[in-house]
Each structure stands twice: as C-alpha cells, then as structure tokens.
Design a protein around this ligand. Sequence first.
Ligand code: GRF
Length: 190
Amino acid sequence: MTRTNVAVFASGSGSNFEAIAQAAHDGELAIDIQLLIVDKEDAYAIERAKKWGIPTKVYVPKMYESKEAYERDVLQQLNAHHVELVILAGYMRLVGKTLLDAYEGRMINIHPSLLPSFPGKDAIGQAVRHGVKVTGVTVHYVDSGMDTGPIIAQRATDVVPNDIEATTKNVQAVEHELYKEAIQQILMNK
Ligand code: GRF
C-alpha cells in the first residue's frame, strides 16, 4: 500500500501528534509525517517531533504582514513536501482562504466535544461547567468556520462532575484512538 504524505499542525502539547506518530511508526497507519508545523516557538510538540526525527517548521503569524502572507509560506512548505493530507492537532487558529482553497476536503481537525455542542476554546471546561453528563470527541473536515466542517467521526465519553482534569483524561484517551481511526477511514476511501 502506498503511504500518504501528511503534515500535522499543532500549537501546544502535541499529545495527538504523538499518538499519530506512534501509529505511523508501528505500521498501524500508512502515512509518512513529512513535517510538523507549529505557530508557537515554545510548543511542546516540537520536543516530541525531535524524538521521532520528524522535521519541524515554526511559523509565527505575528511576524507576517497578513494571514495570507503567513499561509502562503506554510503552503509553500506543504507543496515542497508533497503533502496530501493536513492533520490539525491542537492548532489554535482559524484556517484562512489560502490554505483552505489548497486543501479543501483534505484538511481535518479534532475537537474535544460532541460538535455542534461546545465549539471553540476550552470545550471540556464548557461541558463540565454546563453540567452535561456526556461529552466526547469529534473529527471533522476543516472549513472557514470555528469547528463547523462536515463530521467524519464522533465518540462519546463520560463527564466527571465538577472535575475538568478527570474529564480531560477521559476525553484525551478517546481522542488518541478516534483520530487514528478517522485517518484510517480517510486513507481507505482515497
Ligand atoms: C485536543 O484536545 C484537541 O482536540 C484540541 O486541542 C487539544 C490538543 O491537545 N483541538 P494536544 O496538543 O494534542 O495534546
């Protein structure tokens, strides 16, 4: 089976990136992670990429005159690596037209709630504070909205009442499995 070239975008810890890198390494996913793209110099995901020998590119948007200029540089890098699928994994930024036009239907995101409930930042905190009993994880295609694109996969998990930390553990465990499954589903339908 030919392997698919992917890029992962992250802004923070990178635990989803790590789960995907592990699955690629174990032969569970037929992907080559060509590069990690981060928009923050101190993102811990960079350390994880070093461990896996995955090249990292840091693009800090505020160094650019516009979002378009920033995304043009990112796109050039994706093209140079023949990236076929872009995997957003904790990339805390709305994707603009330049990248959307180039990767429509080929860019996915993971969000820690059962969308359309609790989009945006602090989705787990939102769910716990709201007092819902069940939350979950959504993998979806990216469009110009905030966590609004067509849904690929969802899975529920329990909310631990008044406990964001414990609920986060539940959600993360689901995330690390569901993202792999959704990527596998996309590869099979390619
Ligand atoms: C995850 O909860 C993901 O769903 C959200 O951002 C978080 C990133 O976590 N989009 P990590 O950096 O992968 O650990």
